[in-house]
Design a protein around this ligand. Structure first.
Ligand SMILES: [Zn+2]
Ligand SMILES: [Zn+2]
Length: 178
């Protein structure tokens, strides 16, 4: 990955994109910028599920991945789904260039708990690194602390570290921050 582009979609509260643009360059060993673009997501709302179709929004990001070494991460605060799952934290093209993440279920308030901004941002960071790891060709990792470990809940996310394990770093050919 030569460079990383973050695209906030809709109302992304607490300036997640700004935070990630500062923290991701070290973890992913790539420069990062935030791009203000209009991304259509309204048509992909399911009124039955009260969620947005993740894959359809991900598809809207493809035209923004212009040069070969650019990886795009869309950041949305709406709840996302794919038809076979109740929800997804995010979705990525494996070995592709685009990824999407949602902060919706990363807020403590979603679980009826008091707001915790630093925990929220740390979860967003892990989810961002995880989805971008997929775009770099990484599959799920069996190391339970590795950021590439599959997460089904925020509890799973909280157990993980925000960086790649030594073997995932080696696959990527980037310095390990483990
Ligand atoms: Zn994954
Ligand atoms: Zn790993």
């Amino acid at each position: 990955m030569q460079n990383l582009v973050l695209i906030p979609i809709g109302t992304v509260i607490q300036n997640v994109a700004g935070f990630l643009s500062l923290s991701l360059p070290e973890i992913l060993n790539a420069p990062c910028k935030v791009l203000e673009k209009e991304v259509v997501f309204d048509p992909f709302y399911s009124s039955e599920r009260k969620q947005y179709h993740s894959t359809e929004i991900l598809r809207q990001l493809l035209p923004f991945a212009k040069d070969k070494e650019q990886h795009i991460l869309g950041i949305i605060d709406e709840d996302l789904y794919i038809p076979i799952l109740t929800f997804v934290f995010g979705e990525a093209q494996l070995g592709g260039r685009c990824a999407l993440m949602s902060g919706h279920r990363l807020h403590q308030e979603f679980y009826g708990l008091p707001q915790d901004e630093s925990l929220y941002l740390l979860r967003c960071e892990k989810e961002a690194v995880h989805e971008l790891g997929h775009t770099l060709g990484l599959k799920h990792c069996s190391n339970f602390e590795c950021v590439m470990r599959y997460s089904n809940s925020v509890a799973d996310i909280d157990i993980k570290r925000n960086v790649f394990c030594p073997s995932c770093s080696e696959v990527l050919g980037i310095p390990s921050l483990w």
